[in-house]
Write a protein that binds this ligand. Structure first.
Ligand code: FAD
Length: 544
């Protein structure tokens, strides 16, 4: 099989034209093209008047060796990569040995547990939140009735933080073993649309994610795994191994039980602030890391479509457009768009009482009127929150509390028209763009609940973005705050064996541990850590 990349065709082409283009590019007769499939499809919209679809194709041809020989040195004609997944180890049939524990049923924990279950290791999954259906009701409670349930919300519960999201499933991580492909294949088995395997920028939207995590649960349970919902890990029992080194022995659960566990994948996400504090108190190595703060910005989706696609705006094959913008300010801050959601809505993403946090989500159709994106400014521990491993958490809480007050102390979010934000005056109403955040947005002055440097950096960047994308800085564009949970404020550092630097048996993983950002990269990290744990466990038991 050959992999042909960067094959470009006009938007409206037929499959016969695609086949002809493949044959022409490979310099073969049409009849010598035996079979082909699309490995990836994206688009190139740099010339708006002539937007192209860009294909990667896997092709079977009559004389593959001859075609490869003819294209020696051509980086776009290569043997197809082997993207199949192979388990590095498998438990003996009917494994009765120690069961690994996974804390957290977000994308990282779910894929870790699924891989462990597929290897025959019957994991136990401990999740502080509720199963996804009950969780959905609680999440809507905040959006519809201003009622926050601290253990069951956008951040906590089965499916993790990405469940009520746009479900974007791509990442820029290096992935030489094609583990992302394994994740997407499992998602398709669980009900995701098959095109996520071929789209360059796939997404599934929020409703599909709910049924997908239920389906993954059924698979894990059928393989002997066990879920414990509404069970929070409250402490870590750490002893010494026979070399005198720190060894995890068990977990103290919120029901008072101590669960014996010598190998635990900790995939708690970036909002498990209480768990970070417990880990720190227990002496587990943890350090502050950089992240970003800012606001959500909303534009009419049509404006984004026209800016990105020109006359191609609205073409069904392109769908609603996304964007990605970045600016380095004169004061050395980087301002960038983050987690852009075409045709979606801004969501209330708080998990703690008396705090307001924004994020974004969409349905599969991405058919809502507004596009939204984080507009955030980079921050570092050294410069912005010195003071120890948990100083980033304190920093987040401060701005989230100020946002709660600025919004009216009732979970409405503070918001501002862009023109008012740039002019340094509070908004008293919104204009032609209606904010989408529920339970509502209070027009006010966002400078009250953002660091001065972030306000200055965004004020510098917005007109620059307006020049890059006409209409981006329209006076009525809505800013809603605050966006503080862009990534984890801590790193729970691990060594080459993927275990905690100083606590054997603890495998920090995913976004909360600072090793992923986004659904796909968290799930890939879950696989890597599950493999490392299984190799350690089965290696040891084989020797025993
Ligand atoms: P999480 O998904 O945060 O999962 C952690 C789990 O651990 C949670 O279920 C939590 O309840 C549980 N937990 C925490 N502490 C404990 C404890 N002490 N005991 C037991 N259980 C515990 N990313 C994308 O790639 N695409 C998107 O479109 C996208 N949109 C998003 C939209 C929203 C609204 C949000 C909030 C996030 C979005 N993200 C998106 C980010 C993405 O959700 C995260 O990067 C991803 O979920 C991280 O996965 P994780 O498994 O590491 O952690």
């Amino acid at each position: 099989m050959l992999r042909l990349t960067e094959l470009k065709l006009p938007l409206d082409h037929t499959s016969a034209e695609l086949e002809a283009a493949i044959a022409e590019r490979l310099e073969i007769e049409p009849a010598a093209l035996l079979r082909y499939s699309v490995a990836k499809r994206g688009n190139d919209a740099r010339r708006k008047s002539a937007i192209k679809l860009v294909y990667a194709i896997d092709a079977s041809v009559a004389d593959e060796a001859a075609v490869l020989a003819r294209h020696v040195g051509d980086v776009h004609v290569r043997p197809s990569p082997d993207t199949s997944y192979r388990f590095p180890v498998m438990a003996p049939e009917g494994w009765q040995g120690p069961r690994p524990v996974v804390i957290g049923a977000g994308p990282c924990g779910l894929l870790a547990a699924l891989i462990l279950a597929q290897m025959g290791l019957k994991p136990i999954i401990v999740e502080r939140g509720k199963a996804v259906r009950a969780r959905t009701k609680d999440t809507w409670g905040l959006w519809r009735r201003s009622e926050l349930t601290p253990e069951s919300n956008v951040q906590f519960g089965e499916g993790g933080a990405g469940t009520f999201s746009d479900g974007k499933l791509y990442s820029r991580i290096k992935d030489p073993r094609h583990l992302g492909r394994k994740v997407l294949t499992e998602f398709v088995k669980a009900g995701a649309p098959p095109e996520i395997l071929t789209e360059a920028h796939p997404h599934v939207g929020t409703f599909r994610l709910v049924t997908m995590v239920m389906s993954i649960r059924e698979t894990i349970e059928a393989l002997g795994g066990e879920y414990r919902f509404e069970t929070r890990v409250e402490d870590f029992v750490i002893g010494k191994d026979d070399k005198g080194e720190r060894q995890l022995e068990g977990l103290l659960l919120s029901n008072g039980e101590v669960l014996p566990a010598k190998r635990v994948i900790m995939a708690v996400g970036h909002s498990a602030r209480d768990t970070f504090a417990v880990l720190h108190a227990a002496g587990v190595h943890i350090e502050a890391k950089p992240f970003a703060v800012g606001v959500r910005i909303e534009h009419p989706q049509r404006l984004v479509d026209v800016a990105r696609y020109g006359p191609g705006a609205g073409h069904p094959i392109l769908g609603p457009a996304a964007y990605s913008l970045a600016h380095q300010t004169s004061l050395g801050r980087s301002v960038y768009s983050f987690c852009m959601c075409p045709g979606g809505r801004v969501v209330a993403a708080a998990s703690e009482p008396g705090r307001v946090v924004t994020n974004g989500m969409s349905q599969y159709s991405r058919a809502e009127f507004n596009a939204n994106s984080g507009l955030v400014v980079d921050i570092t521990p050294e410069r912005d929150y010195p003071g120890g491993p948990l100083a980033g958490v304190a920093f987040q809480r401060k701005w989230e509390e100020l946002a709660y007050v600025a919004g009216g102390s009732n979970y409405r979010a503070p918001g501002q028209r862009l023109e008012d934000f740039l002019g340094g005056r509070p908004s008293t109403s919104f204009g032609s763009i209606t904010p989408s955040y529920q339970p509502g947005v209070t027009p006010t002055d966002l400078a009250q609940c953002l660091p001065d440097f972030a306000v200055a950096a965004m004020r510098e960047a917005l007109p620059v973005f307006g020049r890059q994308m006409p209409g981006y800085d329209h006076p009525d564009v809505v800013l809603t705050g605050v966006e503080t949970r862009t990534s984890s404020p801590v790193r729970i550092t691990r060594g080459g064996d993927l275990q905690s630097l100083n606590t054997h048996g603890l495998y920090p993983a995913g976004e909360g541990a600072g090793y992923a950002g986004g659904i796909l990269s968290a799930a890939v990290d879950g696989i890597r850590v599950a493999e490392a744990l299984a190799q350690d466990l089965l290696g040891q038991s084989a020797a025993a």
